[in-house]
Design a protein around this ligand. Structure first.
Ligand code: WQD
Length: 366
């Protein structure tokens, strides 16, 4: 499992929590710490230790310990070292979350995005294959839908991307799909198309800790309310064809998103039925991870005002490049085939984010 940007680190630490919650997986975390604090992993392990039953077996206790490895996925030799430690067949599967993910930034430094998001994925897959690790859950994104023709968005929607970031996600989905087609007896892969994760683990021990001013709406509101950022907010456009004119997104609790990864990993097991009705030999599928409920920017601001008691000041400005009016998932395929259900509501997301924010006003470097 790997993370190379703040949001994936937030997602990554919560995915590790979800895996450790079952005590069925031993987690190896691979991260270059380009933009993330190793402290997050220490805290996740602490949550797992605190949740161990009094009569925990040695195996249970071991599942609470993370093998934290530092490696950059753009360096083949660094990836190889991780796999060599466990030998052929020693690693059961990979959850690949490492990516740069800022839509606007990707239009300014496309080669960095193609190297870090696409080349690194090829190197990871090549090395994993060499070590007979042939199961992958890939962190994709709703961004692959571009401006979707229908709302809510089913997985059958044609893919299009308006930014190099979105194109890297489509490319990696295609690479994994082609690999599973080429080697249907060996490889199994699932892509998870994230909608908009928000919130934090209710303990307040792990959460989003962007370096500098957060680019995403939810963490920015949290940072403003706690005083880590000035009380100024730009709402990027209110002239969209939406109920209140501001963009609509499908926000789901990061813990729901994380537990979706566990279901996906389990679905790669030999006894899984998820590929039974596959339309080809390839053991590959893509699923939306969302709630199927769209909320506007102004609705999120109001929900965070209610949760924090903070009076946000905002200014309506022009549209942000790359934004689309509405990204709301049709979540029924993941619900039917993976048993996925995003159950936490908006108030819980806001409350858990605020709990994290107030306990960690300076992120992990308090
Ligand atoms: C949400 C809405 C903005 C900030 C994110 C990730 C992307 C992908 C999908 C992972 C938009 C508006 C925001 C602000 C604003 N995730 N906004 N003022 O753009 O949907 O994309 O989730 O793959 O990588 O970036 O999320 O939180 O940036 O924006 O008005 O200061 O809030 O215009 O409509 P987005 P976001």
């Amino acid at each position: 499992m790997s993370a190379q940007d703040e949001q994936p680190l937030k997602v990554c630490s919560h995915v590790i929590f979800a895996l450790q919650e079952t005590r069925r997986y031993k987690v190896i975390s691979v991260d270059n710490h380009h933009n993330s604090s190793p402290k997050a992993l220490e805290r996740v392990a602490q949550i797992a230790r605190d949740n161990l039953p009094a009569n925990a077996s040695e195996k249970d206790k071991d599942s609470a310990e993370i093998d934290a490895q530092t490696a950059d996925l753009t360096k083949r030799d660094e990836i190889k070292k991780v796999f060599e430690k466990y030998g052929k067949g020693g690693i059961w599967g990979v959850i690949h979350i490492a990516a740069y993910k800022a839509v606007g930034e990707s239009t300014e430094i496309p080669l960095t995005y193609y190297e870090n998001n696409v080349s690194a994925t090829v190197y990871l897959l090549q090395t994993a294959s060499e070590f007979d690790c042939t199961r992958i859950v890939y962190s994709s994104s709703a961004t692959v839908y571009g401006t979707p023709p229908t709302i809510p968005i089913p997985e059958t929607t044609r893919l299009e991307a308006h930014s190099p970031y979105g194109k890297t996600k489509i490319m990696c989905e295609t690479i994994i799909s082609d690999l599973c087609s080429a080697e249907p007896k060996r490889w199994r892969g699932l892509s998870l198309r994230y909608f908009n994760p928000g919130g934090a683990h209710p303990s307040g021990l792990i959460g989003e800790a962007p370096i500098g001013r957060p680019g995403n709406l939810f963490p920015l509101l949290g940072a403003i309310a706690v005083g880590a950022q000035p009380n100024t907010l730009k709402v990027f456009g209110n002239d969209y064809p939406t109920p209140d004119g501001t963009c609509v997104r499908d926000y789901l609790h990061v813990l729901d998103l994380a537990r979706g990864h566990l279901l996906a990993l389990d679905a790669l097991a030999p006894e899984s039925k998820v590929f039974d009705n596959a339309t080809s030999d390839a053991r590959y599928k893509a699923y939306n991870l969302g709630k199927g409920k769209g909320l506007s920017v102004l609705q999120i601001i109001e929900a965070m005002r209610k949760a924090t008691g903070f009076e946000f000041k905002y200014e309506i400005v022009g549209r942000r490049r790359g934004d689309v009016p509405d990204l709301t998932a049709d979540p029924t395929l993941a619900e039917k085939e993976l048993g996925f259900k995003a159950k936490e509501d908006l108030d819980t997301m806001c409350r858990d984010l605020w709990n994290w924010q107030t306990k960690n006003p300076k992120g992990y470097d308090a």
